[in-house]
Design a protein around this ligand. Structure first.
Ligand code: SF4
Ligand code: SF4
Ligand code: SF4
Length: 299
């Protein structure tokens, strides 16, 4: 490119939407929102101020938002994470129609936008893994890019459902690092904390984003839901120069951008995409944009 084009590109980049900053603010705000109710009710942090066996106030009665990312009450409306609900159904071998009312709003919203938007914009573990990414770079540690294929997490989700049915309890909910951060900050959760520690060690020394890319059952569930999302990463093939910077920046799997960059698809179609915007920020020619629309493959 000429100097003039380079300058123009820099201007475009400078005006680009700051996806990473906004995402991190959203992730932290959501985490804090869930912490406010129990802290106001006197639960303290890590269960330290709960006060033994004495009855404690129920935050739900005094605060508009209470619960966890698995199950919450917002202005009196109960919301249940669809994968947590599925685990509960197979574990209990029973179905309560009230669960349907709780899970449908989240399933419809995530289904319409994109399943893994939960991963990119809500889940606190993603934030932790991005901090680990930063730390690994600082320490100059080399890890494998994709030690486990990304679709393994779909089979992990199926495995969790089978195990939940066999053991009669929602297995992932008991071990979830997401719950550890989300509700463990208030109540503490040794199992979830150990899972999170294992993830951090694996990401630092073994595989780049190996948990979120390839193992997490909830990520696998949302990968399936994400196959029908109406908000997508779109590419302008005329502007793309094939530099692959978007692939290097991708929080998911560089391969999910292959078809778009090769000119074979107008969008990033894989259910894995979490709309994190890293690729958009990395693109030097402003060829990528996140916007509504799901054109068919041959456009
Ligand atoms: S893959 Fe799992 S841990 Fe990672 S961001 Fe998604 S839900 Fe959270
Ligand atoms: S394709 Fe872009 S938006 Fe989707 S996960 Fe990768 S970097 Fe994020
Ligand atoms: S970063 Fe932009 S220009 Fe480079 S390959 Fe990706 S879309 Fe094309």
């Amino acid at each position: 490119m000429s100097d003039g084009q380079n300058n123009e590109t820099q201007v475009k980049k400078a005006k680009g939407f700051p996806f990473t900053v906004v995402r991190h603010v959203v992730q932290i705000l959501i985490l804090m929102l869930f912490l406010i109710a129990p802290i106001v009710a006197g639960w303290g942090l890590f269960g330290g101020m709960v006060g033994g066996d004495n009855a404690i106030a129920t935050p739900a009665q005094s605060f508009p938002l209470y619960g966890t990312l698995s199950s919450s009450t917002i202005f009196g409306i109960t919301l249940i994470d669809p994968f947590a609900a599925l685990q509960t159904v197979v574990a209990a071998k029973a179905f309560d129609p009230a669960w349907l009312v709780g899970l449908l709003p989240l399933l419809v919203v995530y289904g319409l936008i994109r399943g893994r938007v939960f991963c990119g914009w809500v889940c606190p573990v993603n934030l932790v893994c991005e901090i680990v990414d930063w730390l690994r770079k600082k320490l100059h540690l080399q890890v494998q890019e994709m030690p486990i294929p990304r679709h393994v997490k779909v089979y992990m989700a199926l495995g969790v459902l089978v195990l939940s049915a066999v053991l009669s309890f929602p297995v992932f909910e008991a071990l979830s690092p997401i719950s550890f951060i989300n509700k463990g900050l208030v109540l503490g959760s040794l199992a979830g904390g150990l899972t999170l520690l294992a993830i951090i060690i694996a990401e630092l020394f073994w595989g780049h984003r190996v948990w979120c890319r390839s193992i997490c059952p909830l990520g696998g569930f949302y990968e399936v839901v994400g196959k029908i999302g109406l908000v997508n990463v779109h590419i302008d093939h005329d502007a793309c120069i094939g530099c692959n910077k978007c692939k290097k920046a991708c929080l998911c799997d560089p391969q999910i951008l292959d078809a778009a960059v090769a000119g074979e698809d107008a969008i990033v179609r894989a259910g894995d995409c979490m709309l994190c915007g890293k690729c958009v920020e990395a693109c030097p020619t402003a060829s990528l944009a996140i916007k509504p629309g799901r054109p068919s493959k041959n456009v």
